[in-house]
Ligand binder design. Sequence first.
Ligand code: ATP
Ligand code: MG
Length: 426
Amino acid sequence: MRIYTSEITPDKDGEIVELAGWVHSVRALGKLVFVILRDREGTIQIVAPKQKVGEELFKKIKSLGQEDVIKVKGKVVANEKAPGGVEILPLEVEILNRAVRPLPLDPAEKVPAELDTRLDNRFLDLRKPKVQAIFKIRSEMLKSVRDTFYKEGFIEVNTPKLVASCTEGGTELFPISYFEKEAFLGQSPQLYKQMLMASGLDRVFEIAPIFRAEEHNTRRHLNEAISIDIEMAFADDKDAMDMLEKVVLNALNDVYENREKELNILGVKLDIPEKIDRITYDEALEIIKNKVPIEWGDDLSREAEKVLGEEMGSYYFITDWPLEIRPFYTMPKDEKIGKAFDLMYKDLELSSGAQRIHLYDLLVESIKKKGLSPEGFTFYLEAFKYGMPPHAGWGLGADRFTMVLTGRENIRECVLFPRDRQRLTP
Ligand code: ATP
Ligand code: MG
């Protein structure tokens, strides 16, 4: 049975094992060939002395080239001089596939590559242990997030991504051709997860793509992103924040505990607070005002976020936002302030959430105040007429959270096949 390279330790000396993977490198020194075999879990050295393996096998091994795919049956040999203190003496080698050379990208990273070249050749880029580490951490985070949701009584749901016109405001939507009708790619499951609060499912979550026609190219925006969304009934903004705090801190602890190797490969020291500080929008303004001009009611500019990020250092919530810069479904706290919050890590927004309006008349009024037409929201508004409980929720960007967990500056590194203004392939 095949095992991974990481399972081969010096105490297995003398055992016969079967490995499969890619040829990381080959080095021939006269009557000796060294092959480094790489699989998902790491690398191991295969040493083939001509006089021990025989003429035929020696020739086969010598013919190997970088990134050929092979299967090896061999004997484990403890050897202090080998990397990891152990190597393999091959008994049988099967060449499963040859790689065309030269390679468009070097997975052994002897030749560094620009991000664009890496993304153009993503399948090869992904062979690098450093790149795989990002996606193993991302997977651990998603597992942890799901675990927390199930523990907290959430039900996983899937809402449509093909939607009719009115989602939240009409901006940033990708129009698509849908038979005779006008349709769009969903920018958020917002309206659907709220409608589910009228269904009695009580607590729902969804992990799915959101599509945003963001025109600008930044290091933290994509046109297709993965959002971790929740909605909970009989809950307010504080309950939603408490849940977000739990989800984030659990994920940090799970990644720390279960992905130590990958964090080390990436050189990341995780910042794991005991709890997450909460400041109000007004308090944030006080901090920002000293460095960048800002008026009450302004959304935070990039510069403002940077000033705040410097000051706050780690994770923090900003609460009590002006209603005029939050979506129509935000529950007012008073005339001007909404029961809304953002979760930030330094200068990066990770999540937005709020208690929502559950009262039909107030919701219609709020839609109108935003200059939108309630007629466009009929299918959504119906759910508020026949028994809608108070509810709250949030959306957490999975790709942005992965940036923080892996210490990456560019969101594209945290997505297998990113979609941005310039990139629609691979
Ligand atoms: P920003 O102000 O940073 O553009 P936003 O306020 O427009 O974000 P929301 O609508 O609040 O984003 O979406 C909730 C979360 O989804 C964000 O906090 C972020 O983590 C993530 N997100 C939103 N848009 C994108 C995007 N274009 N690319 C990657 N992640 C995104
Ligand atoms: Mg937001």
